[in-house]
Design a protein around this ligand. Structure first.
Ligand SMILES: NC(=O)C[C@H](N)C(=O)O
Length: 323
């Protein structure tokens, strides 16, 4: 059966070119529009949503993509591919995971080398993403990230290397499938979470990283309209004691504060009962977010706030990576 796949291009290295000086620059004409998609059972429709380096992408752009995907599914499209810069790809992919209740496959891909560089990975990743989006098995699995022959869940995948083509990894859990010569293979499935199809963005939500000797200066510098804060805490979920008075001031202002670990692997938990330890932080009202990295927890807090969640409902939504 013929599958209709919608491709939404947003920019990034996958659609950039290297100039005569060796610098990588956005292209006037997206080279991906010229890539032949020779799959006999796939019809591709392409739209250039944006042509932006991914550091220019904001939650407002992510919302625009989410709304377009919801509209496309309602109009009978069979799968969606989003091409994106890799720097913030995991944030857009996770935003789409949280906000589209798609039964159809939604696949995000990018590249580490621009279109005219030796060993360019863009066309290959793009065609792999189309194969996954056209696969019968890929629907209803949440947003997927396809890069370098691997299929990752948007929830836990992260960019791990500045330049290597094998940059996208899923710490703790690993990829959920592979793209092979003979087809698409899935090996595991994540528990699905409830989605929040939001129509507006509540901001600003900030992200701070804890470090040895940190005090409350940065917490006190947050503006009066701060809607939320995510802290990448130390180890299992602890903070330096000198941050505590400023943290309390934020909580007294009813700013939701979410805690994750700055560690690459593992989950933040309230284990330590010393000054600044997780036990005391939880008692202060800090929300522990299990399993997400800082940038993903920030996206989740934005989506939760934008869906109108507050108090215990917001904490329950952000706290659990699987429900
Ligand atoms: N590989 C890439 O796509 C990186 C680029 N700076 C971007 O995110 O737009």
């Amino acid at each position: 059966m013929l599958k209709h796949i919608l491709v939404l291009h947003t920019g990034g290295t996958i659609s950039m070119t290297e100039n005569a000086d060796g610098a990588v620059v956005p292209s006037v004409n997206n080279p991906l529009l010229g890539v032949a998609t020779h799959f006999p059972d796939v019809a591709v429709t392409s739209e250039e949503a944006f042509n932006l380096p991914s550091p220019h992408i904001t939650p407002a752009h992510m919302l625009q993509l989410s709304l377009r995907i919801r509209e496309a599914e309602a109009n009978g499209i069979d799968g969606v591919v989003v091409t994106h810069g890799t720097d913030t790809l995991e944030e857009t992919a996770f935003f789409l995971d949280l906000t589209t209740d798609a039964k159809i496959p939604v696949v995000v891909t990018g590249a580490m080398r621009s279109s005219n560089e030796i060993g360019a990975d863009g066309d290959y990743n793009f065609l792999s993403a189309i194969r996954v989006a056209a696969s019968d098995q890929a629907g209803g699995m949440g947003c997927l990230v396809v890069m370098n022959d691997e299929i990752h869940s948007a929830r836990f995948v992260t960019k791990t290397h500045t330049t290597n083509v094998a940059t996208f990894r899923t710490p703790t859990f690993g990829p959920i499938g592979l793209v092979g010569k003979n087809g698409v293979m899935f090996f595991q499935q994540l528990l699905r979470t409830a989605t929040s199809p939001i129509d507006e963005i509540k901001a600003p939500v900030f992200l701070l990283k804890a470090y040895a000797g940190m005090d409350g200066t940065l917490f006190d510098a947050l503006p009066a309209d701060t809607a939320g804060l995510v802290i990448e805490a130390l180890g299992a979920g602890n903070l330096p004691p000198a941050t505590l008075p400023a943290l309390q001031r934020l909580l007294d202002r009813n700013v939701p504060v979410v805690l994750v670990s700055r560690c690459f692997n593992g989950i933040a938990q309230d284990i330590y009962d010393y000054e600044g330890g997780g036990v005391g932080l939880k008692q202060m009202g800090v929300i522990f977010c299990r399993g997400l990295n800082g940038q993903k927890a920030r996206i989740k807090l934005i989506v939760g706030l934008s869906a109108g969640k507050t108090g215990a409902a917001l904490a329950a939504y952000v706290n659990n990576a699987v429900s």
